[in-house]
Write a protein that binds this ligand. Structure first.
Ligand SMILES: NC(=O)c1ccc[n+]([C@@H]2O[C@H](COP(=O)([O-])OP(=O)(O)OC[C@H]3O[C@@H](n4cnc5c(N)ncnc54)[C@H](OP(=O)(O)O)[C@@H]3O)[C@@H](O)[C@H]2O)c1
Length: 260
């Protein structure tokens, strides 16, 4: 049962069905808004779309962090074998407190490329979790992309890197498109070239197995055009700016996750 039929909940359900990991009549999606339920039913015609939780083996909690406590407390005590929460910043300790004694709870931090099946997620386990539970959570999350297993204390770092990361890349894309226009390219041409450059570079990183450093060195001929550009980026502190950005996001995540 997916609880919360917003962007992430529906991306997860879509991933599970697309990947053949679940068949429609094994799934249920629960969404409190009638209009959202109608849209979900159109998108997933064979999946029951309900307004209230029902009995199921497992729950994927995909409501906003502010709704997580009410959603957990509304679940029947002991009614589900496993609970996987993707609510940002909501700790395992809080989830365990809001659910029932001995609840099998896992927590994950995916990112927005989940919407195109290319999420980067980290998952961590609560006190009552066994290996088979974590394998189940990894299978669910792998339907929307890649997943790594980490201790909970590293989830703030994950938020800083991959949780907020797509926004850093969008900012780089904006700047590249603008730079192409400043150099005389038509905006649409500049956009096509910038997007394909990001996609192509990301695919090289993912598919060649080479480090970013090696790939960068391979396109930076001594005294060449790329070397001139890299020198500017380094002298403007771009590397340090990324370090500080990831750190600022992780710090913010830590402060949000600490109840006052
Ligand atoms: N988007 C991301 O990149 C990202 C990344 C990592 C983690 N997350 C986490 O993923 C979770 C979901 O994000 P989202 O962007 O999909 O949020 P969303 O679009 O707001 O979707 C949540 C949906 O669940 C509904 N809902 C809330 N409580 C409910 C309940 N008790 N029963 C049934 N439906 C309920 C909400 O209704 P209302 O409209 O009334 O609230 C909303 O339609 C969040 O906790 C977020 O922190 C998101």
């Amino acid at each position: 049962m997916v609880l919360g039929g917003g962007r992430m909940g529906s991306a997860l359900l879509g991933g599970l069905l697309r990947g053949g990991w679940a068949v429609p009549d094994e799934c249920v999606i629960v969404e409190r808004h009638a209009d959202a339920r109608e849209r979900l039913q159109e998108r997933f015609p064979n999946v029951p779309v309900l307004g209230e939780p029902v009995a199921a083996d497992a729950v994927v909690l995909a409501v906003k962090p502010g709704d997580a406590e009410a959603a957990c407390r509304a679940l029947p005590e002991g009614g589900y074998e496993r609970v996987l929460s993707i609510a940002a910043g909501i700790t395992l300790a809080r989830l365990e407190q809001w659910l029932w004694p001995g609840a099998v709870v896992m927590r994950a931090m995916p990112n927005t490329p989940a919407l195109v099946g290319a999420s980067a997620s980290a998952v961590c386990a609560g006190a009552s979790v066994a290996e088979a539970d974590l394998e189940w959570a990894e299978a669910v999350l792998s339907s929307i992309g890649v997943v790594v297993r980490l201790p909970e204390r590293l989830l703030d770092a994950v938020t800083g890197l991959s949780g907020s990361g797509p926004a850093y890349v969008f900012l780089v894309a904006e700047a590249l498109v603008e730079a192409g226009v400043l150099e005389g390219l038509d905006r649409e041409v500049s956009r096509v070239l910038a997007v394909q450059t990001l996609l192509g570079a990301a695919r090289m990183l993912a598919e060649t197995g080479e480090s970013a450093e090696t790939l960068r060195a391979a396109v930076t001929s001594p005294g060449g055009t790329t070397a001139a550009a890299i020198r500017v980026l380094e002298s403007r502190g771009v590397r340090a700016a990324f370090h500080d950005a990831v750190s600022a996001s992780a710090d913010r995540s830590r402060s949000i996750g600490t109840p006052s």
